[in-house]
Design a protein around this ligand. Structure first.
Ligand code: AQP
Length: 339
């Protein structure tokens, strides 16, 4: 049931406004979103319903939601080409999520590594049920739009598999209803690691000061964080899967993802150079990426009414598609239509 609009297959993706967006979010998600928007009918949402799977301060959540939408545009998402909206503005996400939650086996949910990682950091009695059900909501986000492709960092691949399995289960039980989506990871940057702990994924909710470069970091501060990144006691600058060399590998990956150069070209470029040279080169290309993004972001936040109008148009476009899919799924499941 893939829906093709203007002859283009459809893309859907989102980011949680659960903190300050990082260069991990940019390289794993936003950069690919921009790259596909001419060839696909793209829907990009700020997934605030996902953000509340961890406690959020209400005022901060509201502010981060607007901030995230502005960052999407400042990163190069063109509202004329792509549909940008806020997840909670479309009630169909919550409604379909409940229907899918009722079909999701507990065994599948319990196997999700993101759940195990996040739940593992909390006392058993304080783990919210939303954290466990997160993948059913993500499945609803994707299936409502009959998305063909979902561009994400590789930490989300297991949730994509879950979405496909759940869609198949629904289609098998109630008849063809949902499109099975495919995952799309970037060639480089699918998993950017913490600058202070290069064996852990860079996360916007990590509280350590030198863990992540945020997209809205002051440029001097961003540069400092990279110059302080953990490396190792060796000298050679080359890509490696060795855990002990994770810091250098991470810096090279950031460089590769931003410059789009080949690994062999990059290794040749740094041959005979030191870690200080590598860090300076990474800091330069990160700052060159952040500078125009921040300038555009500041303009957008000062442009009265523009962001709200983008989100209003996005909501209307998204709602029309989401509501039609929800109605179909409700009908298939046997809900009595209101007269
Ligand atoms: N470190 C990363 N490297 C590459 N891609 C990443 N993404 C996140 N971190 C990295 C990608 O960014 C998109 C949005 O992620 P999300 O906000 O929905 O949730 P997340 O994956 O849990 O990201 P965070 O930053 O770690 O958030 P918190 O700390 O709130 O849990 C996704 O495409 C993700 O793959």
């Amino acid at each position: 049931m893939s829906e093709v609009s203007n002859g283009k297959p459809r893309v859907l993706s989102g980011i949680q406004p659960s903190g300050n967006l990082t260069i991990g979010n940019y390289l794993g998600a936003l950069k690919q979103w921009v790259e596909v928007q001419r060839d696909y009918d793209c829907f990009y949402c700020v997934v605030d319903l996902h953000a509340i799977t961890a406690a959020q301060d209400p005022e901060e959540l509201r502010q981060k939601t607007r901030e995230s939408a502005a960052i999407y545009i400042a990163s190069g998402i063109d509202p004329e080409l792509s549909t940008i909206f806020v997840q909670s503005h479309i009630p169909a996400h919550s409604e379909l999520a409940w229907m899918l939650t009722c079909m999701a086996p507990l065994g599948w949910l319990n196997r999700m590594t993101q759940f195990k990682d996040k739940a593992g950091k909390q006392a058993q009695e304080s783990i919210g049920a939303g954290l466990l059900n997160y993948p059913s909501l993500m499945a609803a986000d994707i299936l409502l739009y009959h998305a063909d492709l979902v561009p994400v960092g590789d930490d989300q691949n297991q949730h994509l598999e879950f979405t496909r399995d759940l869609a198949q289960r629904f289609n098998h039980r109630y008849g063809e209803t949902f499109t099975l989506p495919s995952v799309m990871n970037p060639q480089a940057g699918a998993r950017i690691m913490g600058l202070d702990r290069p064996t852990a994924k860079m996360s916007k909710s990590d509280e350590s000061e030198h863990h992540a470069v945020y997209l809205l970091d002051d440029l001097t501060r961003a540069r400092k964080k990279i110059m302080r990144a953990v490396t190792d006691s060796q000298r050679e600058i080359r890509f490696s899967d060795d855990a002990e060399r994770a810091g250098v590998n991470n810096l090279l990956t950031i460089y590769q993802a931003i410059t789009n150069k080949r690994p062999d070209e990059i290794e040749a470029h740094f041959a005979g150079k030191g870690y200080g040279d590598l860090k300076r080169a990474v800091a330069d290309c990160v700052v060159d990426t952040l500078e125009p993004l921040q300038a555009r972001y500041n303009e957008l936040m000062n442009e009265d009414g523009y962001l709200d109008s983008v989100l209003k148009i996005g909501r209307e476009k998204a709602a029309a598609i989401a509501e039609a899919t929800l109605k179909l799924a409700q009908d298939r499941m046997g809900f009595l239509a209101p007269s």
